[in-house]
Design a protein around this ligand. Structure first.
Ligand SMILES: [Zn+2]
Length: 504
């Protein structure tokens, strides 16, 4: 049986992804270089949030371009309450989102930017489920929630941290295949299913547009909401620029390791007869997750000083200051900065297309920097900077560490280019008071997304829960093998004694 077949059969066409943060320390650290100076801000009250929502409702409902489509969804302002606004933005109804349905913390502009940049990992895209008109949760035949966007089920899962992967990954743009053989040469071209959708660039653009609309609104808290939403947008830009968020499976090596362990566990447990064996996909996801986490946390531990690394701050600052020249050129070729273009979306997609080609290197470098145990099912690397020391090789291999840092600094350089060009683009919008241009493109993007989700739900087939029973092929094969041995031994004795008699 060929390797590809074994894996495809086991994967059931879905590869759950790890939906972890590009560590919050990194987000906050990068943000401190992008906020020029700190000022006091007026924190919006609940009334201010409602006024901002009303402002958006008026602009969208009165637009000659999208007004009639929008009013079909929300005929009156009362039908567009905070819950419906979240739904319209494609965010989870299970978690509060500061600035949308709850008020945010009292912070100055720098600290708010740092806080906001890490906030999207706190639940806004997790447990994003479907409800009926009376607010009841819709479930599948196994009693599990139906996702609002089935892309979440395909990318990670329907509940918990993994359910945000679809919104925080930006897989390499372009066609992909679920043939595992491609992992040997171009893992960035692998996806299962091949048409799986990811939305980091989309959410980066949504929050960038929301930020600039907040700034142009007449709310007394417009400045606060601008900093808050801009921070949310930066989170998604950095996720989309981060190598670990641009591929589903970073290296073929991970699945070879998973396959070996699956065969071993199944053999010694007689296919799960003597103890429960994790599925091949579960083992594979654990290995990928360990590498993903350790890679991000190692870079964060260097930046935070928890693990000393000479000159890393200077080099990372330089990357943020200089930016990525290739990305700059490519964004310029697409007309950015321009008030009319969706430069945040375009820039994040371009950043992903550059980072994904080095993603295998990033994953394999983590493998070389780490102890071999992180490739085992029974080792779970925690999401903590304290744990990094335990799982990396000491002394740290110099060449691999240098190369890994260079890749991580590159993702910072790409993030910085997208942020700066987005800022220029938004400043032009503000100076020309292009409220309608931005409102219409945002409204259209959100309604198109709603329609895409509706279509995906129409063809959504929930995966059955993972089987926990015994794989009887293993005990059957082992019994057959033992019988064969029992048969061979007496036969061999008969043949040997027969030979002896003939020779005597
Ligand atoms: Zn994230």
């Amino acid at each position: 049986m060929c390797f590809t077949f074994v894996l495809l059969a086991a994967s059931a066409s879905v590869v759950p992804c790890v939906a972890l943060a590009h560590h919050q320390e990194v987000h906050a650290w990068a943000e401190s270089f992008l906020v020029p100076d700190s000022t006091e801000l007026t924190v919006p009250s609940e009334g201010d949030l409602e006024r901002f929502r009303h402002f958006l409702y008026d602009v969208w409902s009165k637009s000659p371009v999208i007004g009639s489509r929008f009013k079909k969804l929300y005929p009156t302002f009362t039908s567009f309450d905070a819950r419906e606004f979240k739904r319209f933005l494609g965010l989870s109804l299970e978690h509060p989102v500061p600035g949308i349905d709850v008020v945010g913390p009292v912070l100055d502009s720098l600290r708010l930017a740092q806080w906001a940049c890490a906030q999207p990992d706190e639940g806004m895209n997790q447990d994003n489920w479907l409800y009926d008109d009376s607010g009841g949760l819709i479930t599948d035949r196994w009693g599990r929630p139906v996702p609002f966007d089935p892309a979440s089920a395909q990318m990670g899962g329907i509940s918990g941290l993994v359910s945000q992967a679809y919104a925080h990954y930006q897989l390499c743009p372009g066609p992909k295949t679920d043939d595992f053989d491609i992992l040997a040469s171009h893992p960035e071209r692998f996806a299962s299913p091949p048409d799986v959708k990811t939305y980091a660039a989309h959410f980066a653009q949504v929050f960038a547009d929301l930020a600039v609309l907040a700034r142009m609104s007449d709310s007394p808290a417009s400045r606060y909401l601008y900093v808050l939403f801009r921070g949310y947008s930066h989170h998604f830009i950095l996720d989309g620029s981060d190598h670990f968020h641009t591929v589903q499976v970073g290296s073929r090596k991970f699945f070879v390791d998973a396959l070996k362990q699956s065969l071993w566990f199944n053999t010694i447990s007689a296919g799960g007869l003597f103890f429960r064996v994790p599925s091949l996909v579960t083992i594979g996801v654990r290995i990928i997750s360990n590498h993903h986490l350790l890679g991000e946390n190692l870079y964060a531990a260097w930046l935070s000083g928890m693990i000393p690394r000479d000159g890393i701050h200077d080099r990372a600052q330089e990357a943020l200051k200089e930016g990525d020249s290739i990305l700059k050129r490519r964004m310029k070729a697409l007309g950015c900065p321009s008030p009319a273009a969706e430069c945040t979306f375009l820039g994040t997609m371009l950043a992903s297309s550059l980072s994904c080609t080095d993603a295998r290197q990033a994953y394999e470098l983590v493998s070389e920097l780490a102890v071999p145990e992180i490739s085992s099912w029974d080792v779970k690397v925690p999401d903590s900077l304290d744990a990094v020391r335990k799982y990396i090789v000491w002394p740290v291999p110099v060449e691999q560490a240098d190369h890994f840092e260079k890749l991580m600094n590159q993702s910072m350089a790409r993030f910085s280019v997208v942020v700066r060009i987005t800022d220029q683009s938004l400043e032009e919008v503000i100076s020309h008071q292009e409220v309608l241009t931005v409102a219409v493109r945002l409204g259209k993007r959100l309604m198109d997304y709603q329609e895409d989700c509706r279509q995906r739900r129409a063809s959504y087939v929930p995966q059955p829960p993972e089987k926990t029973g015994v794989n009887w092929w293993y005990p059957a094969a082992e019994l057959w093998f033992i019988n064969l041995l029992l048969l061979i031994y007496p036969l061999r004795r008969i043949i040997i004694s027969g030979r002896k008699r003939t020779s005597s």
